[in-house]
Write a new protein. Structure first.
Length: 277
């Protein structure tokens, strides 16, 4: 098994929570804080999700905290916890306190978007703005597990160790154009996946927060691909219709990874939102 030090992703800083959990993060740039929360899936990490994005934000004058969530990347991967939304939100809030961030923009994709919503509901004073890309938490769990991408991911992970071939088989549904998945992304994720515990995905429970979105006062800026095979794009309307201050960009020829598939548009639009409102 590949050790954490041998992983083909950058090594930066660790924060140890009072619980003893160690979380790895990249800390890039200076200015108002943007905390990046990646999605779920075998081998996921903050770097692999966002390496084409946070450098542009740093150049625009923002401090970027690119977190590896518990169970992912270089962060600890306990095999004896329930990886539900409450666990992730508790860890995120403790992490923000540990690194001294009182208020920030939360930027989250998929599971990361659900965690951002959960943090905004549980600890609204810590959240200045939300940027969400196909966030989880606006459907029932059964809806997600009928999606083609989720079905393939679960079935492939259950068969055993995922090498580059198996990883590409799953990831090809993540994007509209599979040619965007270069070998580096596949290899980064294939190196991390063997270290992830089985309970990470079997205990991952995210409630449907649609009926609580009206409580979120922070401005929301979102993106959704109409070809998403992991998270139905009808969720965009749920955010728009229930959150009091939300705008959403729908993109065709786009799957579940808008920040990769439409990188320049994503970076430009987010920086405009952060600087001009």
């Amino acid at each position: 098994m590949t050790s954490s030090s041998d992983l083909p992703i950058p090594l930066d800083q660790f924060a140890e929570l009072d619980s003893g959990l160690r979380l790895h993060y990249l800390d890039v740039g200076q200015g108002p804080v943007v905390v990046w929360l990646h999605g779920s899936g075998p081998g996921a990490s903050g770097y692999s999700n966002f390496k084409g994005n946070y450098p542009a934000f740093a150049e625009a004058g923002f401090r970027n905290i690119v977190l590896d969530l518990p169970g992912f990347g270089r962060s600890d991967k306990p095999a004896d916890v329930q990886y539900n939304l409450a666990f992730f939100v508790t860890c995120l809030n403790a992490f923000l306190g540990k690194i001294g961030v009182e208020k920030c923009t939360l930027l989250g994709n998929s599971l990361g978007g659900a965690i951002a919503l959960g943090q905004a509901l549980a600890h609204p004073d810590t959240v200045e703005r939300l940027i969400l890309m196909a966030p989880g938490g606006v459907e029932e769990r059964e809806t997600y597990f009928k999606m083609e991408g989720i079905v393939r991911m679960v079935e492939t992970f259950a068969k055993g160790p995922m090498g580059p071939v198996e990883m590409r088989h799953v990831m090809s549904l993540q994007v509209f154009d599979p040619s965007l998945l270069d070998d580096s992304i596949i290899n980064e994720r294939a190196a991390i996946a063997p270290s992830q515990p089985a309970n990470l995905f079997s205990t991952m429970m995210v409630p449907n927060m649609t009926t609580r979105l009206h409580e979120i006062k922070a401005p929301i800026f979102g993106f959704w691909g109409t070809d998403d095979k992991f998270n139905p794009h009808t969720g965009a309307l749920k955010v728009i219709e229930n959150a009091p201050n939300a705008r959403m960009i729908l993109l065709n020829q786009c799957g579940h990874w808008v920040q990769v598939e439409h990188r320049e548009l994503f970076n430009r639009s987010c920086i405009d939102f952060l600087t001009k409102g």
